[in-house]
Write a protein that binds this ligand. Structure first.
Ligand code: C5P
Length: 209
């Protein structure tokens, strides 16, 4: 069978990460959560007291990024999503991480990548492109529950404000803004649980391969 790349994009807390993991297991493909790369660049800057929007320091951190850095549990913290969206608007950071992501996607069997610009920029030739979305309120409910489960306290309103701010930053930037690829299939998970989203996604993948 030919290498199969599944590109999954969508806004914060849309369910794309959960879906990407399940698809990777189901089809026996390696999975890369590309948000972790941007989070790791942000963390590297914060750890060395560099300012997040400093393009030179951020690009250097992106070029020096190592796979081991992606396992740091601090990457999942609430503040890191916001920090990641700041460094991700820097073109030199995106350029450095593009090579990283393309190498990953070049695995002989293919790969599942999830992020904001996988179908539009990183893997424009992907066999399958999914755009996973949900209403901002539903995404905030999910993120609020998830943070609560990890012992982070934040009000629902604060989490919703985070999501709305991050959506705007990701969609309005010049460098690889969040967009639905022209050939992507949109899966709106506002009314779908994880199983239903998985079934919708596998029916798209199975029809394309
Ligand atoms: O998906 P996650 O919430 O971990 O992503 C954190 C931030 O990283 C996003 O808000 C976005 O600004 C940035 N990002 C990106 N391109 C990607 C993945 C993430 O710009 N492919």
């Amino acid at each position: 069978r030919d290498a199969m790349i599944i590109a999954i994009d969508g806004p914060a807390a849309s369910g794309k990460g959960t879906l990407a993991k399940r698809l990777a297991i189901h089809y026996g493909l390696p999975h890369l959560d590309t948000g972790l790369l941007y989070r790791a660049v942000a963390l590297a800057l914060l750890d060395t007291d560099r300012k997040l929007p400093d393009p030179e320091a951020a690009a250097a951190a992106a070029r020096a990024l190592r796979a081991e850095a992606l396992g740091d549990p601090r990457l999942r913290e609430r503040a890191m999503g916001d920090a990641a969206s700041i460094v991700s608007a820097i073109p030199a950071v995106r350029a450095a991480l593009l090579d990283w992501q393309r190498r990953f996607a070049g695995a002989p069997e293919g790969a599942v990548l999830d992020g904001r610009d996988i179908g539009t920029v990183v893997c424009p030739g992907a066999a399958v492109k999914l755009f996973v979305t949900a209403s901002a309120e539903e995404r905030a409910r999910r993120r609020h529950r998830e943070l609560g489960g990890r012992g982070e306290t934040a009000t629902f309103e604060a989490v919703l404000a985070d999501i709305v701010r991050r959506d705007a930053r990701d969609a309005d930037r010049d460098a690889a803004p969040l967009r639905v690829a022209q050939d992507a299939v949109v899966i709106d998970t506002t009314e779908l649980d994880a199983d239903a989203a998985f079934r919708a996604a596998t029916s798209v993948v199975d029809a394309r391969r």
